[in-house]
Design a protein around this ligand. Structure first.
Ligand code: F6R
Length: 245
């Protein structure tokens, strides 16, 4: 793992956006693994600006998103599909047919099959963007006695429900389950970049950055095994957890 410590969360977003832009410039047919969530949201405006400035084109890019809530219609403002459309896909020249966010309303067996086709047809993911949950999850791979390698459904951890309640009217409106890439799917990406910021992520980042353990009670720790993974944190996070840089 390479760890980059930036001046601020905004700088972290800019830096990761630049990595994505470089990836697409070096291979216009790149397959990107994308993330939603509050942390990732602020990366997309930099990609949109780069497109508007004619610095990069997404016309030949394919994307696969990490996850979606089960039972969430794709036109709901809180669905990950709608978020991706609003933040990114509808603002650049990407062919929407080449974007995939799991359909949380489809039969689960059917959707897992489609998800796998999207992940593995033609090529593997070239670049995977990640955030980390308060629970330590990546995608929606929550802490458990074991982790699951491939696409599956996952019950959201209590901690995740509480954290994601900020996007919903109340905690009881947060969907309880999700369909998600497994940790094996994520680890197959050629390159990974994870952005983390804020106090709620301190514990997960301590487990990732301050010891050598890989533990299923903190799924993000599997990234220690990846060959080309960049962790981008701001000074505030690094200083607070005692990460030396
Ligand atoms: C989202 C995803 C999640 C988020 C994580 C952090 O597609 O897979 O793992 O990256 O829950 O979310 P925020 O940034 O909202 O704290």
């Amino acid at each position: 793992m390479t760890v980059i410590v930036t001046e601020s969360y905004e700088k972290s977003c800019q830096l990761v956006a630049q990595k994505i832009i470089e990836q697409v410039k070096s291979d216009p047919h790149s397959k990107l693994g994308l993330a939603t969530g509050g942390t990732a949201e602020n990366i997309y405006p930099y990609l949109v600006t780069a497109y508007e400035n004619k610095e990069v084109s997404f016309a030949n890019v394919t994307t696969v998103n990490l996850d979606e809530y089960i039972g969430m219609p794709s036109d709901n403002i809180l669905s990950y599909r709608k978020s991706m459309d609003d933040w990114f896909f509808d603002k650049v020249d990407i062919d929407k047919k080449n974007t995939y966010v799991a359909d949380g309303m489809n039969s689960i067996t059917e959707e897992i099959k489609i998800f796998n086709e999207k992940l593995y047809k033609d090529k593997l993911i070239d670049f995977q963007l990640l955030g980390v949950g308060v629970s330590g999850h990546i995608g929606f791979n929550e802490p458990n006695v074991f982790l699951t390698s491939s696409v599956h459904t996952e019950q959201l951890d209590e901690v995740t429900i509480k954290s994601n309640a900020r996007f919903f009217k109340s905690e009881k409106d947060v969907p309880k389950s999700s369909i998600t890439m497994g940790v094996g799917d994520i680890m197959k990406a050629s390159k990974i970049a994870l952005v983390a910021t804020g106090e709620s992520k301190f514990e997960a980042m301590r487990q990732l950055l301050l010891n050598e353990n890989i533990i299923s009670s903190c799924p993000v720790t599997v990234l220690k095994m990846h060959r080309d993974c960049t962790i981008v944190i701001d000074k505030n996070l690094a200083d607070n957890i005692g990460y030396k840089y």
